[in-house]
Ligand binder design. Sequence first.
Ligand SMILES: Nc1ncnc2c1ncn2[C@@H]1O[C@H](COP(=O)(O)OP(=O)(O)OP(=O)(O)O)[C@@H](O)[C@H]1O
Ligand SMILES: [Mg+2]
Length: 226
Amino acid sequence: MIYFKNVSKIYEPQSVGVRDIHLQIEHGEFVSIVGQSGSGKTTLVKLMIAEERPSKGSVKVSGWDIASIPKKSVSVLRRQIGVIFQDFKLLHNKTLFENVAFALEVCGIGNERINEIVPQVLQIVGLEGKRDRYPHQVSGGEQQRAVIARSLVHRPKILVADEPTGNLDAINTHEIIEILKKINEFGTTVVLVTHNKEVVNSLRRRVVTLEHGTVVSDQEGGKYVL
Ligand SMILES: Nc1ncnc2c1ncn2[C@@H]1O[C@H](COP(=O)(O)OP(=O)(O)OP(=O)(O)O)[C@@H](O)[C@H]1O
Ligand SMILES: [Mg+2]
């Protein structure tokens, strides 16, 4: 479902993002991507969501060839991939419900469907009781849960989360990881980028370690040892 073959991304003029990546992620997997700052994790994520294109090699996601995907298809691809970045912000002047609904409105989806889908995804992240609060009226962990809810509105086949717990304490981090596990159990492939050793070690799932833009280890039930 996600397939990297001999992939390099060199940013102009000469900055290596990733180099010679071979990676295959199957439907339903939960994969953590770890590595030090600058090792290429976000570059890998950006290639998966067609925010960057490979300089060399082939990236395929859900059947699309990222090197040649037409602009039109990028939005179709993005609906199949939920994306969460640490710095993704909610809109301050909208409630949690409205924030999640907005992701559907911009795609021209009508109120009837919105009123069906938004409560469902808010329930998955445990926020149905706080749907009418504004972002500043909930905690950082709850804001991040709302961001996750928003990423689920199109029922993505793949969820890519780049440091989703970066700003959170241990308890909130644990809750977010439990939500990602639940989403994975529903059948969504989860790709989690994290610096958090405890998280990776407690997951006991596949761990891909990057160093200087290349994969140095790829282990099932792996430990984060860097
Ligand atoms: N737009 C860009 N232009 C030039 N170089 C870039 C660009 N984006 C990333 N790089 C370089 O590519 C390398 C990999 O960066 P990347 O952001 O993928 O690392 P990362 O593993 O996500 O790091 P972090 O843990 O700090 O988020 C780094 O050396 C970085 O400086
Ligand atoms: Mg990064």
